[in-house]
Ligand binder design. Structure first.
Ligand SMILES: C[S@@+](CC[C@H](N)C(=O)[O-])C[C@H]1O[C@@H](n2cnc3c(N)ncnc32)[C@H](O)[C@@H]1O
Length: 303
């Protein structure tokens, strides 16, 4: 994390002692099993025990809080995501993501609510129904697909070619259904996304849903997104995690070799302003409580 002080060696020694103590043995055992099988069924307490043990161990070893220094390594971790899930073949991961968000009642309910919320945010910002949208970190493209069906012109971008492969199947499905050609996917790191989409921009809205926190450098990503906006356009940060995520999802980040960090409201807003987006709408949280995910928009001043 950006502003973390180096831990004192006493604090590290205490963490190491706790991690090695019998008290932490159940957590260690669960984490060792989880490292072999990502889909290991874990209760809330099991996740807490495994995640806490890992944080103690890694804090003692100087690995927690995470610092991100090697951009190519970070990019490669994200690119290899489907192929690196312990206990799950790449083919199974791809098959799962082709049908996202229709996983089960819980996940479908969550993603349907998130999509409805994003549509409401667009309405509140006055985004026209045929607006040109750019999505950063679009994953398998499920949200981009629904937004294109809704009538927007959508360009989905992600760092992972496997994601774009799935996205292209979604495009083919829309074409087969006779819908106009208004969805496309590209491989593009969000830190330099403006360069990769110049021919299809500028955009009325750039948005990122649950992915900015995966960027190697989320600050650079905000600046690149701002450069892709037309004057008067909005950058929407949708459901990006608050600070507690750095702790809660550290276990998942280590299992999947990806970035899982949380960001504070004030630092997100400061970066929006620094990127030339001085007008903000904060939809959530009302006051920064370190837990509730962020829904924040920043506007490029109209010409
Ligand atoms: C947690 S997934 C979310 C995906 C998508 N928004 C969804 O809801 O399914 C994070 C996504 O960000 C992408 N990603 C990670 N780092 C990136 C980067 N630096 N530039 C662009 N995409 C990135 C990953 O490949 C992945 O597709």
């Amino acid at each position: 994390m950006d502003s973390a002080k180096p831990p004192s060696s006493l604090a590290r020694r205490v963490a190491g002692w706790l991690a090695d103590s019998p008290l932490a043995t159940p957590g260690r055992r669960l984490m060792e099993a989880n490292l072999r099988d990502y889909h290991l069924p874990l209760s809330k307490w099991g996740k807490l025990a495994a995640g806490s043990w890992l944080i103690l161990r890694d804090y003692a070893d100087g690995r927690f809080p995470p610092t991100f220094e090697d951009q190519q390594k970070a990019y490669q971790g994200e690119i290899d995501y489907f192929a690196s899930i312990p206990g799950s073949a790449r083919e199974r991961m791809i098959a799962d993501h082709i049908v996202k968000p229709f996983w089960d009642a819980h996940w479908f309910g969550k993603y349907a609510a998130d999509l409805a919320r994003l549509l409401r945010v667009f309405e509140q910002l006055g985004v026209p129904p045929n607006a040109r949208l750019l999505e950063l970190g679009c994953g398998c493209g499920w949200m981009a697909e629904f937004l294109a069906i809704k009538g927007y012109d959508v360009t989905g971008t992600t760092i992972a070619p496997d994601d774009v492969g799935i996205g292209e199947k979604r495009v083919a499905a829309l074409v087969a259904r006779g819908l106009p050609d208004r969805l496309r996917f590209r491989v593009a790191p969000m830190e330099s996304v403006d360069e990769a989409v110049r021919d299809v921009g500028p955009f009325d809205v750039v948005f990122v849903f649950e992915a900015l926190h995966h960027a190697f450098d989320w600050r650079r990503a905000i600046h690149a997104a701002a450069r892709a906006l037309r004057p008067g356009g909005w950058l929407v940060l949708a459901n990006e995690p608050n600070r507690v995520h750095t702790f809660v999802s550290y276990r998942v980040g280590r299992l999947t070799n990806t970035h899982e960090i949380g960001m504070s409201g004030p630092e997100l807003r400061a970066e929006l302003t620094a990127a030339g987006l001085p007008e903000h709408r904060v939809f959530q949280p009302r006051f920064d409580n370190r837990i509730t995910a962020h829904w924040i928009a920043g506007r490029r001043p109209p010409a």
